[in-house]
Design a protein around this ligand. Sequence first.
Ligand SMILES: *Cc1c(COP(=O)(O)O)cnc(C)c1O
Length: 291
Amino acid sequence: MIDIINEDLITTDAIPYLSCNGAQVFVLRLDKIHDTISGNKWYKLKFYIDDARQQGKSIVTFGGAFSNHIAATAAACRIYNIKCTGIIRGERPAQLSHTLQKAVANGMQLIFLSREDYKQKLIPGIISTHENIIIPEGGYGVKGALGAASINYNKNKFDIICCATGTGTMMAGLINGKHATAKVAGISVLKNNYEIENAVQALLINKNDEINIVQGFHFGGYAKYTPQLISFMNELYAESRIPTDFVYTGKLFYAVQFLVKQNKFTDKKVLVIHSGGLQGNQSLRKGTLIF
Ligand SMILES: *Cc1c(COP(=O)(O)O)cnc(C)c1O
């Protein structure tokens, strides 16, 4: 397994552009782990990869055409020489998205399912459930959360851990792994998704742990963006050399800066989990971002 020493990935100083009103904001740069298996995807996959290697099985997983999870699974399977198949939502397009092209280049076989079939997560007949480890969409599940709980950092140092939240797997893992007095805030990247709390709850070890989902920073919905978000991302980069993606981490950092300015984190040490996802920016028009 790739050994990751997270202490080296935490910014040594608080980021001035994000820190004011007595809040000190540090960043855990999981985006630096690998260019494609970046960030939280590596952690969510690691126990599935272990299983596949130990049992000599292949991997099958689900995702959309722009899924970071699909890209990461393909890249990880390539490293460990595991056969893998991606079941992709929707008909095969005339031209594959950047993400899917990269997945194919890493050896992933793609099967396209109509949106109706995909919704039911039908596993096509040609896929043997005995010979494959099936990873749910986005790596959601107990194993994914267990992997996310192994994201390590100096647990005594931080009062608040902030992360972007899609399926809620990473957030659940961070809650399961946190110091007793620390709080985890999950910035939802989905519009009006109130199911997420239940999704996180289902993966918690201690069912009484608080679940703090921050709504209202979706910028129109999943994978939607506005000029305001893009200019924030460019400014963050110009000021602090932190690149972000427009689906998850751009919204996360925007929300953190907003909450800090609103005095929500006064006198707190905040750790923002940069969960990667930068490969997704390739679907933006060239020149949109300055990095
Ligand atoms: C997938 C992803 C997330 C969301 O993680 P969940 O465990 O599904 O909530 C957050 N950030 C990035 C960069 C991602 O690719």
